[in-house]
Design a protein around this ligand. Structure first.
Ligand SMILES: *[C@@H]1O[C@H](CO)[C@@H](O)[C@H](O)[C@H]1NC(C)=O
Ligand SMILES: *[C@@H]1O[C@H](CO)[C@@H](O)[C@H](O)[C@H]1NC(C)=O
Length: 171
């Protein structure tokens, strides 16, 4: 019994310990593990891509941008990450071709880049750009609710423009 409850506490601890938000996660009051880490490098291509939908609202796009950041940076979930990238994805990183296929081998293994405490994200509704800050800053343009374009040279998070998700958005 004691062993079991100790084990249970050890398993549950990270969720509670990580409950305090940091950085831009202030817009997300509760940390919850959204996605399980997954290695999909046995697949030659992303299992699912994003189909643009012109009816997707700014609110929905902001939530998707948060989920994309979580899947990519915090959780290491390539399935969810690529399900939010469209099939043309314009790449502006020198040396990389456009299209999701060109980056699949970089992310298929579900590598976790950082914690929610040590990284941050932002969605700027005035430009439909989202950002993730870890050792660098990535910027993505969202079109029809999908990641459509990417930059990572000298980017900065527009801290005063970050969208505030509703408190229960990630429940
Ligand atoms: C497009 O988005 C709208 C708004 O979220 C949704 O109601 C509709 O079902 C979506 N259409 C498709 C084909 O997914
Ligand atoms: C951002 O996307 C929304 C649809 O999600 C669109 O209505 C709006 O015009 C876009 N804004 C800009 C600046 O592109």
């Amino acid at each position: 019994m004691h062993l079991l409850s100790t084990l249970a506490a050890a398993i549950l601890a990270p969720v509670g310990v990580l409950a305090a938000p940091a950085g831009n996660a202030a817009s997300v009051p509760q940390f919850r593990p959204l996605y399980a880490r997954e290695n999909l490098c046995n697949l030659k291509s992303p299992p699912q891509l994003c189909t643009p939908n012109a009816s997707i609202t700014v609110e929905e796009t902001a939530l998707r941008a948060y989920k994309f950041y979580r899947a990519f940076v915090v959780d290491g979930d390539p399935r969810t990450m690529f399900s939010l990238i469209d099939n043309v994805y314009q790449q502006h990183t020198p040396g990389y071709a456009s299209g999701p296929q060109a980056i699949w081998s970089l992310f298929c293994n579900g590598r976790q880049i950082g914690t929610e405490q040590s990284t941050s994200w932002c969605f700027d509704a005035s430009t439909n750009m989202s950002y993730a800050q870890y050792s660098t800053v990535d910027r993505w343009r969202w079109v029809g609710g999908c990641v459509h374009e990417h930059w990572d040279q000298g980017e900065k998070i527009p801290k005063d423009k970050c969208y505030k998700l509703p408190a229960n958005a990630t429940a």
